[in-house]
Design a protein around this ligand. Structure first.
Ligand SMILES: [Zn+2]
Length: 225
């Protein structure tokens, strides 16, 4: 793994994230090579799941109220990023492709689309917006992989749901999780969830349970402050 590291809480989260990617590959190492390439929607599952484990463990071990507040705030900030920031990127990209069909999209227009997307995704709650975010964010420039944004929100929700299941201690979670990761190169995510977790992703229950994890954090934070 290669990363910029100075020991902040956010660095630790990134380290956990990248470790998740490494672990995903590690459990697939002896899977047939042709079955090791997984789709985008599961590409960020192991990484966000690993972030969750570290975030929860750090919270549980926080020794002071200030530490707990700071760690919880950090965790909630990540939920905001996955639900709102990433959502804005998705809205931006959707609109961009629509307008690109009619020709080159100007800088002014890109700035405008970006701000509109952020307003919608953040429900008009920000005091300022970032019109040139499209220029600085690497993912918009990976032209071979359009919509390199939804895997984060999808992976986040999917791994939140996984985490909720892990905490309930249902079945043998660790084995199920490893088998799920090993099958990511040969099944759709719906098949993975059904086979390894007994979950029907087309129903809302799994996703609602995932969102409850975030709501629980917010309520806990409100109680602490
Ligand atoms: Zn990642």
């Amino acid at each position: 793994m290669f990363m910029t590291y100075s020991g902040t809480a956010s660095n630790i989260a990134t380290l956990a994230h990248e470790l998740g990617h490494a672990y995903h590959q590690y459990v697939m190492n002896d899977v047939n090579g042709l079955n090791q390439r997984y789709a985008m929607n599961v590409a960020e599952t192991a990484s966000t799941f690993a972030e969750m484990i570290v975030a929860e463990a750090s919270l549980q071990q926080a020794s002071s109220l200030e530490d707990k507040q700071a760690l919880l705030e950090d965790k909630i900030q990540r939920s905001v990023a996955f639900f709102m920031n990433i959502h804005a990127r998705f809205l931006f990209e959707t609109q961009f492709y629509e307008e690109r069909k009619r020709g080159v999209v100007s800088t002014e227009r890109l700035n405008h689309i970006m701000v509109e997307a952020q307003k919608e995704a953040y429900c008009d709650t920000l005091s300022e917006y970032a019109p040139t975010f499209w220029a600085s964010k690497l993912h918009f420039h990976i032209t071979g992989v359009p919509f390199y944004n939804f895997p984060y929100t999808f992976g986040y929700l999917f791994s939140n749901g996984l985490y909720a299941k892990a905490k309930r201690g249902e079945r043998s979670f660790e084995d199920a999780y490893i088998s799920l990761l090993r099958d990511t190169g040969r099944m759709t995510v719906e098949e993975l969830a059904m086979k390894h977790l007994g979950v029907d992703l087309s129903q809302t229950a799994f996703w609602e349970e995932a969102i409850q994890e975030c709501i629980k954090d917010v309520n806990e934070y409100m109680a602490l402050v």
